[in-house]
Design a protein around this ligand. Structure first.
Ligand SMILES: [Ca+2]
Length: 142
C-alpha cells in the first residue's frame, strides 16, 4: 500500500492523506482504521506554528509525512483518496437476506422518488396555472 501511494506522488506533490489529530494529540484515519503505520519525516509531527499553528492533518511531503494545519492550503494541495470497490458479486440475490435488503433499499428509493415527483407535479401545476391565468400559451417540451 505504501508503495502504491508513493506512485501517486511521483511529482512530489504535497497531498492530504486522510490522517488527522484530535485535541488530545492522538492521530486517526478518517476511515476509522487503526493508526498503526506511520511514515513521518524526521522531527515530524512537530505541531509547528511556523505557517499556521495547530498542525492537525497528515500530509505526504517528499515521500514522508508532515503535519500541517487543515487550513494550510498554501503548502499542501490535492489529496489522496481510498475507497472500497463496490463488487456486485458480493450481493447474492439467491440469499434471502441480501434479497430482502436490496428490496428494502429499492422500496425506500422508490418512495423518495415518488415524493420528489409529487412535489415536481405540484410545482408544474402551480406554474401552469400562472401561465394560463396570464393568458399565455405553453407548449410542454417533449
Ligand atoms: Ca509539521
Amino acid at each position: 500500500m505504501k508503495e502504491f501511494v508513493e506512485t501517486l506522488n511521483e511529482s512530489n506533490s504535497r497531498a492530504w492523506i486522510g490522517g488527522y489529530r484530535d485535541d488530545n494529540f492522538n492521530w486517526h484515519w478518517v476511515t476509522d482504521e487503526d493508526w498503526e503505520y506511520t511514515n513521518w519525516s524526521p522531527g515530524e509531527p512537530n505541531n509547528s506554528s511556523n505557517v499556521i499553528s495547530n498542525e492537525n492533518r497528515a500530509v505526504l511531503w517528499r515521500q514522508k509525512w508532515n503535519d500541517l494545519n487543515e487550513n494550510n492550503t498554501g503548502e499542501s494541495h490535492g489529496y489522496i483518496c481510498e475507497w472500497e470497490e463496490v463488487n456486485n458479486s458480493d450481493i447474492d440475490l439467491n440469499n434471502s437476506a441480501d434479497k430482502s435488503e436490496s428490496l428494502q433499499t429499492l422500496q425506500e428509493e422508490n418512495k423518495k422518488l415518488k415524493t420528489e415527483l409529487e412535489k415536481l407535479q405540484k410545482d408544474y401545476d402551480f406554474l401552469l396555472k400562472i401561465v394560463q391565468d396570464a393568458g399565455l400559451e405553453y407548449e410542454p417540451a417533449d
